[in-house]
Design a binder for this molecule. Sequence first.
Ligand SMILES: [Fe+2]
Length: 246
Amino acid sequence: MHDATIHQVDESTPVGQHWDAYTDQQHAVWATLYRRRMPALRSTACRVFLEGADAIGLESECIPDLALLNRRLAKRTGWKAVPVGGFLPAGEFFSSLARREFPTTVTIRAADQLDYVPEPDIFHDVFGHVPLHADPVFADFLQRFGQVAARSTGPEDTERMARLFWFTVEFGLVLEKQGVRAYGSGLISSHADAANALSAACEHRPFDLDAVLNQPFKIDELQPVLFVVSGFDQLFQAVATLSESM
Ligand SMILES: [Fe+2]
């Protein structure tokens, strides 16, 4: 089952990463997760993820130091992974994206919970999300999403924005020359979710803004329906359209 959760409940606690405090066992959990995902991703993840992971120098053997990673990201798109202690309320999460700051948990799952964690951890947040932030088009889309979502008023708007986030940033698929590839962090960081998403068990629908905004989802089961974009400029265009209608 998946380890992706939209970041929209509870309180926030500003924290630092304290990279020196990670134990050898915690670094070993990262290394194990990396070795379990990266080889499969060479043929199932989108090109932008693979290039982004190289560009930010994603570590294979130890938990990334966010300060180092942010220096590499700054040169490319100005995005930053900002440590948080837990979930953020939706408004704060969206506002953070609007500033090109990605709220990032800094804890890592336990060695006996490799396949399922109920809340995001640094493997989901950094391995799954951050490589895409090195891509200029995705970077602009995510910031624009944050700007539009931060203006949402009322639970209905927030739910629609959560759906758009879920079916793109968390569970999005993209059509490349070789076929459908994963870009959503829930797919990048979880073998079970990616295997389901790229199998016949999951219906692929062409990305359509209205269809996505009206598509409910459940966070605690394998996804029966996902949406395929033709490229990230389609995502940017979708939030621009949404911005005009809100
Ligand atoms: Fe996520």
